[in-house]
Ligand binder design. Structure first.
Ligand code: GLN
Length: 202
């Protein structure tokens, strides 16, 4: 009998709701590491970039000299899952960023920050995600971005009824506008751990 490797996954812990992700990933059987410095990116099979405030996460990642190491890790094929601000960090192009705001990139998409307007602080709705087995995902959006444009390298995997794209995938990279870590639907995290497990058993 072969046993599946236990994936060792990091959660970027500079800012935002990283604790919720650590709890979810631990509950799914992963070994977890909060990542605040470049050396903590060694020996991980995957990384989650949490929700929070992308402009602050961008500034902190540069201040802590993490940004270039993160870009190299993404470029090397590390599985990375970004939720909300994390999706913005993974986008190749940001619309409505603050002046000078940069992303790490990786996903061939344009992501618009705070796309539902200041009147819509948060809302919940069901999103059909055909790549996940089972019913639609009950999704929680908090000052959420949307994917304005999906480039040829990326695939939209979750679309709202009005056609707006809120979940994307590109090989080992995945991003959602919403926050599965605050719900008990853990299918996105499970899908991310499948990618991390595949990386661990290389
Ligand atoms: N509006 C935030 C940003 O621009 C994202 C909000 C969130 O992560 N819940 O980064």
């Amino acid at each position: 009998m072969t046993t599946e490797p236990t994936p060792r996954v990091g959660v970027l812990a500079l800012q935002g709701d990283f604790r919720e992700h650590l709890t979810v990933l631990t509950s799914l059987g992963a070994e977890t590491v909060p990542v605040r410095r470049a050396s903590e990116l060694d020996d991980i099979d995957g990384l989650v970039i949490p929700g929070g405030e992308s402009s602050v996460m961008d500034k902190l990642s540069r201040m802590f000299d993490l940004d270039e190491t993160l870009r190299r890790a993404i470029g090397s094929g590390l599985p990375v899952y970004g939720t909300c601000a994390g999706l913005i960090m993974l986008a190749d192009r940001i619309v409505d960023g603050i002046p000078g705001q940069r992303s790490l990139g990786g996903l061939d998409v344009s992501v618009r920050r705070n796309a539902f307007g200041s009147q819509t602080e948060s809302f919940e709705t069901d999103v059909d995600v055909p790549v996940l087995d089972g019913p639609p995902v009950h999704a929680v959006f908090i000052r959420a971005p949307v994917v304005d444009e999906v480039g040829p390298a990326a695939t939209a995997i979750g679309v709202l009824e009005d056609g707006r794209v809120v979940a994307v995938e590109q090989g080992p990279l995945m991003g959602t506008s919403f926050h599965p870590e605050v719900t008990d639907d853990l299918r996105f995290h499970a899908r991310f751990l499948d990618k991390a497990r595949a990386r661990a058993s290389r």
